[in-house]
Design a protein around this ligand. Structure first.
Ligand SMILES: Cc1cc2nc3c(=O)[nH]c(=O)nc-3n(C[C@H](O)[C@H](O)[C@H](O)COP(=O)(O)O)c2cc1C
Length: 428
Protein backbone atom coordinates (compact mmCIF):
# COMPACT_ATOMS: atom_id res chain seq x y z
CA UNK A 1 0.00 0.00 0.00
CA UNK A 2 1.33 3.39 -1.02
CA UNK A 3 -0.36 6.07 1.01
CA UNK A 4 -0.88 9.80 0.90
CA UNK A 5 -0.87 11.10 4.48
CA UNK A 6 -3.69 13.10 5.98
CA UNK A 7 -2.74 16.75 5.73
CA UNK A 8 -4.67 19.93 6.42
CA UNK A 9 -3.96 22.18 3.44
CA UNK A 10 -2.36 19.19 1.76
CA UNK A 11 -4.51 16.12 1.19
CA UNK A 12 -7.67 17.84 -0.02
CA UNK A 13 -9.30 16.49 -3.16
CA UNK A 14 -7.33 18.48 -5.75
CA UNK A 15 -4.06 16.88 -4.61
CA UNK A 16 -5.59 13.45 -4.13
CA UNK A 17 -6.72 13.58 -7.75
CA UNK A 18 -3.21 14.45 -8.86
CA UNK A 19 -1.71 11.22 -7.56
CA UNK A 20 -2.04 8.23 -9.82
CA UNK A 21 0.65 6.18 -8.13
CA UNK A 22 -0.77 5.82 -4.62
CA UNK A 23 -3.25 3.15 -3.57
CA UNK A 24 -4.68 4.82 -0.46
CA UNK A 25 -5.32 8.43 0.43
CA UNK A 26 -6.32 10.07 3.69
CA UNK A 27 -8.53 13.12 3.87
CA UNK A 28 -7.24 15.95 6.06
CA UNK A 29 -8.48 15.70 9.63
CA UNK A 30 -11.93 17.19 10.01
CA UNK A 31 -12.59 18.79 13.35
CA UNK A 32 -16.02 17.61 14.49
CA UNK A 33 -16.96 20.94 16.07
CA UNK A 34 -16.07 22.71 12.84
CA UNK A 35 -18.31 20.31 10.88
CA UNK A 36 -21.18 20.94 13.27
CA UNK A 37 -20.85 24.66 12.66
CA UNK A 38 -20.77 24.16 8.92
CA UNK A 39 -23.05 21.35 7.70
CA UNK A 40 -22.78 22.56 4.10
CA UNK A 41 -19.06 21.94 4.20
CA UNK A 42 -19.74 18.43 5.48
CA UNK A 43 -21.59 17.70 2.24
CA UNK A 44 -18.60 18.72 0.16
CA UNK A 45 -16.51 16.13 2.03
CA UNK A 46 -18.92 13.35 1.11
CA UNK A 47 -18.96 14.50 -2.52
CA UNK A 48 -15.17 14.79 -2.63
CA UNK A 49 -14.64 11.22 -1.47
CA UNK A 50 -17.13 9.85 -3.96
CA UNK A 51 -15.63 11.80 -6.83
CA UNK A 52 -12.12 10.64 -5.96
CA UNK A 53 -13.16 7.00 -5.85
CA UNK A 54 -14.91 7.27 -9.20
CA UNK A 55 -12.04 9.04 -10.91
CA UNK A 56 -9.04 7.30 -9.40
CA UNK A 57 -9.99 4.04 -7.71
CA UNK A 58 -8.10 5.13 -4.58
CA UNK A 59 -9.18 3.67 -1.26
CA UNK A 60 -10.02 6.67 0.91
CA UNK A 61 -9.65 7.01 4.68
CA UNK A 62 -11.82 9.67 6.32
CA UNK A 63 -10.18 11.21 9.37
CA UNK A 64 -11.81 12.97 12.31
CA UNK A 65 -10.27 15.16 14.98
CA UNK A 66 -12.18 15.34 18.22
CA UNK A 67 -12.06 14.69 21.94
CA UNK A 68 -15.79 14.26 22.40
CA UNK A 69 -17.89 11.19 21.67
CA UNK A 70 -21.00 13.40 21.41
CA UNK A 71 -19.42 15.75 18.86
CA UNK A 72 -18.18 12.72 16.90
CA UNK A 73 -21.64 11.20 16.80
CA UNK A 74 -23.32 14.43 15.74
CA UNK A 75 -20.68 15.27 13.14
CA UNK A 76 -20.74 11.76 11.73
CA UNK A 77 -24.49 12.04 11.26
CA UNK A 78 -23.81 14.85 8.78
CA UNK A 79 -21.60 12.48 6.76
CA UNK A 80 -23.60 9.31 7.30
CA UNK A 81 -23.83 8.45 3.61
CA UNK A 82 -20.09 8.83 2.97
CA UNK A 83 -18.44 6.22 0.78
CA UNK A 84 -15.06 6.22 2.56
CA UNK A 85 -13.32 2.86 2.70
CA UNK A 86 -12.16 3.42 6.29
CA UNK A 87 -12.93 5.90 9.05
CA UNK A 88 -10.49 6.90 11.74
CA UNK A 89 -9.77 9.18 14.67
CA UNK A 90 -6.60 11.24 14.60
CA UNK A 91 -4.42 10.25 17.57
CA UNK A 92 -1.25 11.65 16.04
CA UNK A 93 -1.45 15.38 15.41
CA UNK A 94 1.08 17.21 17.62
CA UNK A 95 0.51 20.73 16.32
CA UNK A 96 -0.30 23.63 18.64
CA UNK A 97 -3.86 23.69 17.32
CA UNK A 98 -4.36 20.09 18.48
CA UNK A 99 -2.88 20.93 21.86
CA UNK A 100 -5.26 23.84 22.20
CA UNK A 101 -8.24 21.73 21.16
CA UNK A 102 -7.11 18.73 23.24
CA UNK A 103 -7.22 16.27 20.35
CA UNK A 104 -4.72 14.42 18.12
CA UNK A 105 -1.71 13.10 20.05
CA UNK A 106 -2.84 15.03 23.15
CA UNK A 107 -5.57 12.42 23.56
CA UNK A 108 -2.91 9.84 24.30
CA UNK A 109 -2.65 11.07 27.90
CA UNK A 110 -6.18 9.77 28.37
CA UNK A 111 -6.37 6.27 26.89
CA UNK A 112 -9.85 5.49 28.26
CA UNK A 113 -11.11 8.47 26.21
CA UNK A 114 -9.24 7.18 23.14
CA UNK A 115 -10.93 3.79 23.49
CA UNK A 116 -14.31 5.47 24.05
CA UNK A 117 -13.88 7.42 20.80
CA UNK A 118 -13.00 4.26 18.88
CA UNK A 119 -15.98 2.48 20.37
CA UNK A 120 -18.25 5.35 19.44
CA UNK A 121 -16.98 5.35 15.86
CA UNK A 122 -17.57 1.61 15.66
CA UNK A 123 -21.11 2.10 16.94
CA UNK A 124 -22.07 4.90 14.51
CA UNK A 125 -20.29 3.75 11.37
CA UNK A 126 -20.42 0.50 9.46
CA UNK A 127 -16.98 1.14 7.92
CA UNK A 128 -13.73 -0.63 8.73
CA UNK A 129 -11.89 1.24 11.47
CA UNK A 130 -8.42 2.76 11.19
CA UNK A 131 -6.22 4.83 13.46
CA UNK A 132 -3.11 6.93 13.11
CA UNK A 133 -0.82 7.71 16.01
CA UNK A 134 2.74 8.45 17.12
CA UNK A 135 5.32 6.80 19.34
CA UNK A 136 4.64 7.04 23.07
CA UNK A 137 5.33 4.97 26.14
CA UNK A 138 2.06 3.01 26.27
CA UNK A 139 1.81 2.36 22.56
CA UNK A 140 1.71 -1.46 22.73
CA UNK A 141 -1.11 -1.30 25.26
CA UNK A 142 -2.97 1.23 23.10
CA UNK A 143 -2.53 -0.82 19.91
CA UNK A 144 -3.68 -3.98 21.64
CA UNK A 145 -6.79 -2.31 23.06
CA UNK A 146 -7.63 -0.70 19.72
CA UNK A 147 -7.23 -3.99 17.84
CA UNK A 148 -9.53 -5.69 20.35
CA UNK A 149 -12.11 -2.97 19.66
CA UNK A 150 -11.97 -3.78 15.97
CA UNK A 151 -9.42 -1.39 14.44
CA UNK A 152 -7.86 -3.16 11.45
CA UNK A 153 -5.73 -0.47 9.79
CA UNK A 154 -2.94 1.05 11.88
CA UNK A 155 -0.61 3.86 10.87
CA UNK A 156 2.35 4.71 13.07
CA UNK A 157 4.32 7.95 12.68
CA UNK A 158 7.79 7.28 14.04
CA UNK A 159 8.23 10.47 16.04
CA UNK A 160 7.39 10.95 19.71
CA UNK A 161 4.04 12.40 20.68
CA UNK A 162 5.41 15.67 22.07
CA UNK A 163 7.37 16.71 18.99
CA UNK A 164 5.52 19.57 17.33
CA UNK A 165 7.89 20.35 14.50
CA UNK A 166 7.46 17.32 12.22
CA UNK A 167 10.52 16.70 10.09
CA UNK A 168 12.34 19.54 11.90
CA UNK A 169 12.16 17.51 15.12
CA UNK A 170 14.57 14.92 13.80
CA UNK A 171 14.26 11.70 11.87
CA UNK A 172 11.63 9.11 12.30
CA UNK A 173 12.62 6.18 14.53
CA UNK A 174 12.19 3.31 12.08
CA UNK A 175 13.48 0.67 14.52
CA UNK A 176 10.88 1.67 17.08
CA UNK A 177 8.13 1.54 14.46
CA UNK A 178 9.16 -1.97 13.38
CA UNK A 179 9.32 -3.15 16.97
CA UNK A 180 5.77 -1.98 17.74
CA UNK A 181 4.57 -3.30 14.38
CA UNK A 182 5.93 -6.77 15.18
CA UNK A 183 4.35 -6.82 18.63
CA UNK A 184 1.00 -5.78 17.20
CA UNK A 185 1.14 -8.23 14.30
CA UNK A 186 2.15 -11.13 16.55
CA UNK A 187 -1.12 -10.78 18.41
CA UNK A 188 -3.58 -9.44 15.84
CA UNK A 189 -4.30 -9.87 12.16
CA UNK A 190 -4.18 -6.22 11.11
CA UNK A 191 -2.79 -4.00 8.37
CA UNK A 192 0.15 -1.79 9.29
CA UNK A 193 1.37 1.39 7.58
CA UNK A 194 4.71 2.96 8.46
CA UNK A 195 4.91 6.76 8.39
CA UNK A 196 7.54 9.43 8.96
CA UNK A 197 10.41 10.44 6.72
CA UNK A 198 9.67 8.17 3.76
CA UNK A 199 11.59 9.94 1.05
CA UNK A 200 11.86 7.59 -1.89
CA UNK A 201 10.65 4.38 -3.43
CA UNK A 202 13.58 2.36 -2.11
CA UNK A 203 12.55 3.29 1.43
CA UNK A 204 9.05 2.11 0.70
CA UNK A 205 10.27 -1.23 -0.66
CA UNK A 206 12.66 -1.72 2.23
CA UNK A 207 9.93 -1.40 4.86
CA UNK A 208 7.50 -3.54 2.91
CA UNK A 209 10.20 -6.22 2.81
CA UNK A 210 10.56 -5.84 6.57
CA UNK A 211 6.90 -6.68 7.09
CA UNK A 212 4.95 -3.40 6.80
CA UNK A 213 1.88 -3.56 4.59
CA UNK A 214 2.72 -0.16 3.22
CA UNK A 215 4.19 3.26 3.84
CA UNK A 216 2.73 6.74 4.00
CA UNK A 217 4.28 10.03 2.92
CA UNK A 218 3.45 13.63 3.83
CA UNK A 219 6.23 16.20 3.49
CA UNK A 220 8.07 14.46 0.69
CA UNK A 221 5.10 13.71 -1.50
CA UNK A 222 4.13 17.39 -1.37
CA UNK A 223 7.45 18.23 -2.95
CA UNK A 224 7.67 15.21 -5.22
CA UNK A 225 4.37 13.59 -6.21
CA UNK A 226 6.34 10.85 -8.00
CA UNK A 227 7.75 9.41 -4.79
CA UNK A 228 5.70 6.22 -5.19
CA UNK A 229 6.36 5.75 -8.86
CA UNK A 230 8.33 2.58 -9.45
CA UNK A 231 11.81 3.55 -10.65
CA UNK A 232 12.25 2.87 -14.31
CA UNK A 233 8.71 3.74 -15.34
CA UNK A 234 8.59 6.74 -17.64
CA UNK A 235 6.44 9.26 -15.82
CA UNK A 236 6.38 11.61 -18.59
CA UNK A 237 8.69 14.38 -19.74
CA UNK A 238 9.12 12.61 -23.06
CA UNK A 239 5.51 11.54 -23.19
CA UNK A 240 2.78 12.93 -25.39
CA UNK A 241 0.69 13.92 -22.36
CA UNK A 242 3.51 16.04 -21.06
CA UNK A 243 4.08 17.72 -24.42
CA UNK A 244 0.37 18.39 -24.85
CA UNK A 245 0.06 19.84 -21.41
CA UNK A 246 2.95 22.15 -22.00
CA UNK A 247 1.74 23.26 -25.43
CA UNK A 248 -1.71 23.87 -24.04
CA UNK A 249 -0.33 25.84 -21.14
CA UNK A 250 1.93 27.90 -23.38
CA UNK A 251 -0.99 28.82 -25.59
CA UNK A 252 -3.14 29.67 -22.62
CA UNK A 253 -0.69 32.02 -21.05
CA UNK A 254 0.92 33.50 -24.16
CA UNK A 255 -0.94 36.77 -23.75
CA UNK A 256 0.30 37.18 -20.21
CA UNK A 257 3.90 36.46 -20.85
CA UNK A 258 4.92 40.08 -21.18
CA UNK A 259 3.63 40.74 -17.74
CA UNK A 260 5.88 38.19 -16.13
CA UNK A 261 8.30 39.92 -13.88
CA UNK A 262 11.68 38.42 -14.28
CA UNK A 263 13.24 37.74 -10.98
CA UNK A 264 16.11 35.69 -9.85
CA UNK A 265 18.82 33.72 -11.44
CA UNK A 266 21.62 32.22 -9.46
CA UNK A 267 24.40 30.94 -11.65
CA UNK A 268 26.48 28.91 -9.26
CA UNK A 269 23.86 26.37 -8.44
CA UNK A 270 25.70 23.50 -10.03
CA UNK A 271 28.71 24.07 -7.77
CA UNK A 272 26.50 24.16 -4.75
CA UNK A 273 24.75 21.05 -5.83
CA UNK A 274 28.04 19.15 -5.99
CA UNK A 275 29.34 20.61 -2.79
CA UNK A 276 26.37 19.67 -0.65
CA UNK A 277 26.23 16.17 -2.03
CA UNK A 278 29.30 15.35 0.00
CA UNK A 279 27.82 13.44 2.90
CA UNK A 280 30.63 13.72 5.41
CA UNK A 281 30.66 17.49 5.04
CA UNK A 282 26.94 17.45 5.38
CA UNK A 283 26.86 15.55 8.61
CA UNK A 284 28.97 18.30 10.13
CA UNK A 285 26.72 21.00 8.76
CA UNK A 286 23.59 19.22 9.78
CA UNK A 287 24.87 18.88 13.33
CA UNK A 288 25.83 22.51 13.34
CA UNK A 289 22.31 23.65 12.48
CA UNK A 290 20.35 21.39 14.77
CA UNK A 291 21.65 18.36 16.66
CA UNK A 292 18.50 16.47 15.71
CA UNK A 293 19.50 16.57 12.05
CA UNK A 294 22.72 14.66 12.59
CA UNK A 295 20.73 11.43 12.83
CA UNK A 296 19.35 11.70 9.33
CA UNK A 297 21.01 9.01 7.25
CA UNK A 298 21.70 11.13 4.16
CA UNK A 299 21.15 14.64 2.95
CA UNK A 300 18.48 13.38 0.56
CA UNK A 301 16.54 12.02 3.51
CA UNK A 302 15.99 15.53 4.80
CA UNK A 303 12.95 17.23 3.39
CA UNK A 304 13.65 20.05 0.95
CA UNK A 305 12.60 22.53 3.61
CA UNK A 306 15.18 21.21 6.02
CA UNK A 307 17.83 21.08 3.31
CA UNK A 308 17.12 24.72 2.69
CA UNK A 309 17.49 25.65 6.33
CA UNK A 310 20.91 24.04 6.32
CA UNK A 311 22.02 25.70 3.14
CA UNK A 312 20.73 29.08 4.19
CA UNK A 313 22.51 28.88 7.49
CA UNK A 314 25.75 27.93 5.87
CA UNK A 315 25.61 30.23 2.94
CA UNK A 316 23.13 33.00 3.54
CA UNK A 317 21.42 34.28 0.49
CA UNK A 318 21.66 31.18 -1.61
CA UNK A 319 18.48 29.42 -2.51
CA UNK A 320 18.62 26.00 -4.06
CA UNK A 321 15.31 24.34 -3.16
CA UNK A 322 14.62 22.12 -6.05
CA UNK A 323 18.12 21.49 -7.20
CA UNK A 324 18.30 18.33 -5.14
CA UNK A 325 16.24 16.45 -7.63
CA UNK A 326 17.33 15.91 -11.19
CA UNK A 327 16.32 18.35 -13.86
CA UNK A 328 13.97 15.97 -15.68
CA UNK A 329 12.18 15.02 -12.49
CA UNK A 330 11.91 18.65 -11.48
CA UNK A 331 10.29 19.45 -14.80
CA UNK A 332 7.76 16.72 -14.23
CA UNK A 333 7.07 18.09 -10.79
CA UNK A 334 6.54 21.57 -12.22
CA UNK A 335 4.08 20.16 -14.71
CA UNK A 336 2.16 18.66 -11.80
CA UNK A 337 2.01 22.17 -10.34
CA UNK A 338 0.18 23.18 -13.52
CA UNK A 339 -2.03 20.16 -13.13
CA UNK A 340 -2.80 21.19 -9.54
CA UNK A 341 -4.19 24.46 -10.84
CA UNK A 342 -6.36 22.57 -13.31
CA UNK A 343 -7.55 20.32 -10.50
CA UNK A 344 -8.39 23.35 -8.38
CA UNK A 345 -10.48 24.80 -11.21
CA UNK A 346 -12.16 21.42 -11.65
CA UNK A 347 -12.97 21.11 -7.94
CA UNK A 348 -14.44 24.61 -7.91
CA UNK A 349 -16.61 23.65 -10.85
CA UNK A 350 -17.75 20.47 -9.12
CA UNK A 351 -18.47 22.42 -5.94
CA UNK A 352 -16.33 20.19 -3.71
CA UNK A 353 -13.85 21.11 -1.01
CA UNK A 354 -11.21 23.30 -2.49
CA UNK A 355 -9.37 25.70 -0.20
CA UNK A 356 -7.34 28.40 -1.88
CA UNK A 357 -4.77 28.14 0.93
CA UNK A 358 -4.15 24.50 -0.04
CA UNK A 359 -3.54 25.42 -3.67
CA UNK A 360 -1.08 28.11 -2.66
CA UNK A 361 0.89 25.78 -0.43
CA UNK A 362 0.91 23.05 -3.07
CA UNK A 363 2.21 25.33 -5.78
CA UNK A 364 4.87 26.63 -3.42
CA UNK A 365 5.94 23.10 -2.42
CA UNK A 366 6.00 21.84 -5.99
CA UNK A 367 7.91 24.82 -7.33
CA UNK A 368 10.39 24.73 -4.45
CA UNK A 369 9.83 27.11 -1.58
CA UNK A 370 13.29 28.51 -1.38
CA UNK A 371 13.97 28.79 -5.07
CA UNK A 372 11.21 31.26 -5.34
CA UNK A 373 13.04 33.79 -3.26
CA UNK A 374 15.53 33.95 -6.06
CA UNK A 375 13.44 33.08 -9.06
CA UNK A 376 9.88 33.46 -10.06
CA UNK A 377 8.09 34.15 -6.85
CA UNK A 378 4.73 32.43 -6.88
CA UNK A 379 3.84 34.00 -3.56
CA UNK A 380 4.18 37.43 -5.10
CA UNK A 381 1.30 36.51 -7.35
CA UNK A 382 -0.97 36.80 -4.36
CA UNK A 383 -0.12 40.42 -3.74
CA UNK A 384 0.11 41.32 -7.42
CA UNK A 385 -3.27 39.84 -8.06
CA UNK A 386 -4.90 42.17 -5.55
CA UNK A 387 -4.34 44.93 -8.07
CA UNK A 388 -6.25 43.03 -10.75
CA UNK A 389 -8.38 45.63 -12.49
CA UNK A 390 -11.56 43.70 -12.74
CA UNK A 391 -12.24 42.08 -9.39
CA UNK A 392 -14.62 39.60 -11.04
CA UNK A 393 -11.65 38.19 -12.89
CA UNK A 394 -9.62 37.95 -9.71
CA UNK A 395 -9.50 34.12 -9.29
CA UNK A 396 -8.87 33.60 -13.01
CA UNK A 397 -6.19 36.27 -12.91
CA UNK A 398 -4.43 34.59 -10.01
CA UNK A 399 -4.53 31.21 -11.72
CA UNK A 400 -3.11 32.75 -14.86
CA UNK A 401 -0.33 34.38 -12.90
CA UNK A 402 0.49 31.12 -11.17
CA UNK A 403 0.73 29.38 -14.48
CA UNK A 404 2.92 32.08 -15.89
CA UNK A 405 5.33 31.70 -13.01
CA UNK A 406 5.47 27.96 -13.38
CA UNK A 407 6.07 28.13 -17.10
CA UNK A 408 8.85 30.61 -16.45
CA UNK A 409 10.45 28.12 -14.08
CA UNK A 410 10.01 25.35 -16.64
CA UNK A 411 11.65 27.53 -19.30
CA UNK A 412 14.61 28.30 -17.11
CA UNK A 413 15.11 24.69 -16.23
CA UNK A 414 14.64 23.32 -19.70
CA UNK A 415 16.95 25.85 -21.31
CA UNK A 416 19.39 25.71 -18.42
CA UNK A 417 19.22 29.44 -18.02
CA UNK A 418 20.31 29.18 -14.42
CA UNK A 419 19.22 31.47 -11.67
CA UNK A 420 20.30 34.94 -10.66
CA UNK A 421 19.20 37.04 -7.78
CA UNK A 422 16.54 39.62 -8.37
CA UNK A 423 18.74 42.57 -7.58
CA UNK A 424 21.61 41.58 -9.81
CA UNK A 425 19.25 40.95 -12.66
CA UNK A 426 17.65 44.31 -12.12
CA UNK A 427 21.05 45.91 -12.21
CA UNK A 428 21.76 44.52 -15.67
C1 LIG B 1 0.89 20.24 6.11
C2 LIG B 1 0.67 19.06 7.01
C3 LIG B 1 -0.60 18.81 7.54
C4 LIG B 1 -0.83 17.68 8.34
N1 LIG B 1 -2.11 17.42 8.76
C5 LIG B 1 -2.37 16.24 9.40
C6 LIG B 1 -3.71 15.81 9.66
O1 LIG B 1 -4.66 16.50 9.32
N2 LIG B 1 -3.89 14.62 10.31
C7 LIG B 1 -2.84 13.81 10.69
O2 LIG B 1 -3.07 12.73 11.25
N3 LIG B 1 -1.56 14.18 10.43
C8 LIG B 1 -1.31 15.35 9.78
N4 LIG B 1 -0.02 15.67 9.44
C9 LIG B 1 1.08 14.72 9.77
C10 LIG B 1 1.34 13.80 8.59
O3 LIG B 1 0.19 13.06 8.23
C11 LIG B 1 2.50 12.83 8.87
O4 LIG B 1 2.14 11.96 9.91
C12 LIG B 1 3.80 13.54 9.26
O5 LIG B 1 4.04 14.70 8.48
C13 LIG B 1 4.99 12.58 9.12
O6 LIG B 1 5.16 12.16 7.80
P1 LIG B 1 6.34 12.74 6.85
O7 LIG B 1 7.62 12.52 7.59
O8 LIG B 1 6.23 11.94 5.58
O9 LIG B 1 6.08 14.20 6.67
C14 LIG B 1 0.24 16.81 8.66
C15 LIG B 1 1.52 17.07 8.15
C16 LIG B 1 1.74 18.16 7.33
C17 LIG B 1 3.12 18.40 6.78
Amino acid sequence: MKCLAPMVDGSELAFRLLLNNVTHTWTPMYNCNMLLNNPKFARTIVDSIKLEQELTGHKVVLQFATNSTEALEQAYALLADNTADFVEINFGCAQAIAQKGGYGSYLLDNLPLCFALIEKLKQISNKPLALKTRLFDRLDYFFDGAARLGVTLFTLHGRMKGLKMGCYSGPSDFNAILKHMNTLKENHKVTFILNGGIWNYQQHEKFVNLGADGTMSANFILQNPFIYTTPGIDVGVGSTEYQQLRTHTYQQIEHMKNEVKKTAIYSQTQDLFKRYRNDSELVKMIYFINPAFKNYPTFDSLSVDVQNVIIKNNKPGVGTGYLFVEKELKMQILVTALQMIENHVYCTKMNVENPWSALVSHVICLCGRDTMNYNVDVRKVLTDAKSAQNQDDYPAFRMGQFKTCIVELLDRLENELGFVETESEQKL
